[in-house]
Design a protein. Structure first.
Length: 398
């Protein structure tokens, strides 16, 4: 009669339960915040897509981008180019990202008429989404918040791993533990929600925890992946570029990248040229509207000399390198269209549900009894002498 038949009687399981309980208490607020913000951010690009739809020549991708960037920068002198984002099916209107006093200005330029057809500053046009992004990535607390977020990702994974062990109810009851009895009393319903939903979403919750930690601490993960699969193609030469050297025109980078991959189209141009050691990255893809990172070829350049610092082609990558590149898409469900996005949105709310139901159980079985013992009026001396000792209640399962 061991763990398989009577898991509640096993000593080490009781110790594991305390790890699960107190890890959950420590990260309770964190899990609710990350869960809610993450679910909303699944649709971030959709919600921020304010590009005008001109209704014709939607696939008229321009052959030169310099004139388009010039139009945007002439309207806003002194604002350097940050990016060109063409991860869309509508490729006539070009979103040009400019850096405007620390904010992100998006200027929408019609590539046919070379007219500005709209613009916005993301932090002004979408303040809630920008705050949620900061909250989800760095807990709205800068670098320190990012480190705390990475630690929280590890704890979320720990919660998932210990939770699946604690879920096991024994051979006789495991089928019952897979379902929610919706007409049960609320305490039993709360338990079923925590147990069944925790089981069915185990892999996704663990994935979100570990990929979230990966974003904050990528080097240890990549070293671990390298043990099993080469990461040689992911190596990038250090950039010795200085801001005093100047930057080549956008078309110079795009043209050189397309010479390497003539069958691909521009998906994204990223200009990291606001600090020494910056690089320019060109993302190419045969299907730019598909955001899955492993479908892209990424070339990094020295901003002044056009020296290729890295050439990451999906046709050359090992399994480990593809996994490393795909982490973002897997985390946000940005790889299977609207059905996957909707699934990630719904299931992304489950960690918040598990946190709330877990705290409710803790209150019902432990804290409420302690609260009553603290707030109850004292017994008369004669009755107190006859009252039995009342040990601290445990946390039995129903």
């Amino acid at each position: 009669m061991g763990f398989i038949d009577r898991p509640q009687m096993v000593g080490w399981r009781k110790a594991l339960f305390q790890v699960h309980l107190w890890a959950g208490v420590i990260v309770a607020i964190y899990m609710v915040v990350i869960s809610l913000s993450g679910s909303i951010l699944v649709y971030q690009r959709d919600l921020q897509d304010d590009a005008p739809r001109l209704g014709q020549d939607r696939n008229a991708t321009p052959s030169n981008f310099n004139p388009i960037v010039d139009v945007a920068q002439q309207a806003h002198p002194g604002e350097p180019l940050g990016n060109i984002d063409l991860r869309t099916l509508d490729r006539r209107v070009i979103p040009v990202g400019l850096i405007a006093n620390g904010h992100d200005r998006i200027v929408y330029v019609d590539s046919v008429s070379l007219q500005i057809v709209g613009e916005e500053i993301l932090q002004v046009g979408h303040p809630v989404l920008q705050f949620l992004e900061d909250l989800h990535n760095e807990l709205a607390a800068g670098r320190g918040g990012g480190i705390a977020n990475g630690i929280g990702g590890f704890l979320l994974t720990l919660m998932a791993m210990t939770g699946i062990i604690l879920w096991w109810p024994g051979q006789k009851n495991w089928k019952r533990a897979l379902k929610v009895k919706w007409n049960a009393r609320w305490a039993r319903l709360n338990w079923d929600l925590h147990s069944a939903f925790g089981f069915w979403t185990l892999l996704l919750v663990a994935m979100w925890g570990i990929t979230g930690a990966y974003f904050i601490f990528p080097q240890p993960f990549q070293r671990g992946i390298a043990v099993f699969s080469s990461m040689a193609h992911m190596q990038e030469k250090p950039s010795h570029w200085r801001t005093s050297q100047g930057v080549q025109d956008p078309d110079a980078f795009i043209s050189k990248a397309r010479q390497l991959y003539p069958d691909s189209q521009l998906a994204y141009l990223f200009m990291n040229t606001h600090q020494d050691g910056g690089v320019v990255k060109v993302f190419l893809s045969r299907n730019p509207a598909q955001s899955l990172t492993i479908l892209e070829d990424v070339i990094s350049f020295d901003p002044a000399t056009l020296e290729i610092l890295s050439d990451i082609s999906t046709s050359k990558l090992t399994a480990g390198e593809k996994l490393s590149l795909a982490v973002y898409s897997i985390h946000f469900g940005d790889f299977g269209g609207q059905p996957i996005k909707f699934l990630w949105f719904v299931v992304g709310l489950i960690p918040a549900l598990l946190t709330i139901t877990g705290l409710v159980m803790w209150w019902n079985r432990v804290l409420k009894k302690k609260w009553r013992s603290i707030t109850a009026p004292p017994l008369p001396t004669s009755e107190a002498a006859l009252a039995p000792e009342n040990p601290v209640p445990g946390y039995p399962e129903p």
